[in-house]
Design a protein around this ligand. Structure first.
Ligand code: SAM
Length: 323
């Protein structure tokens, strides 16, 4: 799959549900309305769609959401997708909030998943509950331990939030280093209405990096993943900065995003999309391929997020697009 700017699309992020058991303040509204069941792709349809992408050269799929591990039947879906690893797929990965990992880590490992990203914005129980509006930190930490015990490599994702967790960034890096976890810091992106003013907690990572450089040796890494992250080696672990606001690295973009409804978005920061659910249900693989060609031809060159803009860049939340 090659888009109108000559970029090869080899990576798909698939949201398997828009539902989540947490309500992170920067991500969701407290009272979210979730999609009715019938609007969401069935487990079989998710696999069918994955096969179409794989046949077109996609070699990496990341499952996300909402919270992927709260999707009913996820313990059937992941092994089914795992069968594609080594048969077209180089890697199946997942981004999770970790609440269900204690239960599911062995299943993920048995299905051929080797690496997962776990979102963890604070290691202080009270703050964690505040940011997630309900989360139990110990449950997530037990989940991370279970993932490690199952042999999964865990990377921690932390959204940097002014006034909420900025003083925990250096301690988080030390904690990650001591446990061998890579850490990626993320700027808050203006996606969907969340009741709060995001500008209040927006923390540009350029300043965070300068501060960390005073305490740690940050050695720039040449690695690129086609995403908006830049990496540094810090001792044995890698530190990533996802800076969609202060920097924009869309020229190397290699991805599209599938929402739980089967809507495929060409860019996180634009509304450009094709709806594949009904196409898949009525027209099968050929019709899906036509729709994908249309998506690729119109995939935006890049996004332009502005945190101070009066309205979010796009109306949909990260949980819809699949963060
Ligand atoms: N529930 C899973 C999790 O928590 O990792 C997967 C979905 S979640 C939407 C994926 C990632 O997006 C999380 O690391 C979350 O912190 C991040 N995220 C959500 N909304 C965001 C926003 N507006 N700006 C930046 N990151 C956001």
């Amino acid at each position: 799959m090659i888009d109108g700017f000559g970029r090869r699309i080899t990576y798909v992020r698939m949201s398997v549900t828009d539902r989540c058991d947490l309500r992170c303040r920067y991500c969701m509204a407290e009272k979210m309305t979730f999609l009715p069941r019938k609007d969401v792709l069935s487990l079989e349809e998710i696999v069918e769609l994955a096969d179409i992408f794989i046949a077109r050269g996609v070699n990496r799929i990341r499952l996300t959401g909402g919270e992927p591990l709260v999707r009913k039947g996820v313990d059937q879906l992941i092994p089914a997708l795992g069968e594609r690893v080594g048969r077209g797929l180089d890697e199946l990965t997942m981004t999770t909030n970790g609440t269900q990992l204690e239960r599911y880590a062995p299943m993920l490992s048995n299905a051929g998943i080797r690496r997962i990203n776990v979102s963890l914005d604070s290691r202080d129980p009270e703050r964690f509950r505040h940011i997630t509006r309900r989360g139990d930190l110990t449950q997530v930490l037990r989940g991370i331990d279970a993932a490690c015990a199952a042999g999964l490599k865990v990377k921690i994702n932390m959204v940097a939030l002014r006034g909420l967790n900025e003083d925990e960034i250096a301690p988080m890096l030390r904690w990650c280093s001591s446990r061998g976890h890579d850490l990626t810091l993320i700027e808050t992106m203006p996606l969907g209405e969340v009741e709060e003013d995001r500008t209040e907690h927006y923390l540009p990572l350029s300043g965070v990096r300068e501060q960390l450089e005073r305490e740690f040796d940050l050695i720039p890494s040449l690695e690129r993943t086609g995403g908006p992250a830049r990496y540094y080696e810090v001792g044995e672990v890698r530190l990533g900065f996802i800076t969609p606001l202060t920097n924009n690295f869309c020229e190397g973009c290699n991805r599209v995003r599938v929402a739980a409804t089967g809507t495929v978005f060409g860019c996180l920061g634009h509304d450009q999309k094709v709806e594949l659910r009904d196409v898949l249900r009525s027209g099968g693989a050929e019709a899906v391929n036509h729709a994908l060609d249309e998506l690729l031809a119109g995939k935006p060159k890049g996004h332009q997020f502005q945190i101070e803009a009066p309205r979010p860049a796009v109306g949909r939340h990260m949980s819809v697009t699949g963060g």
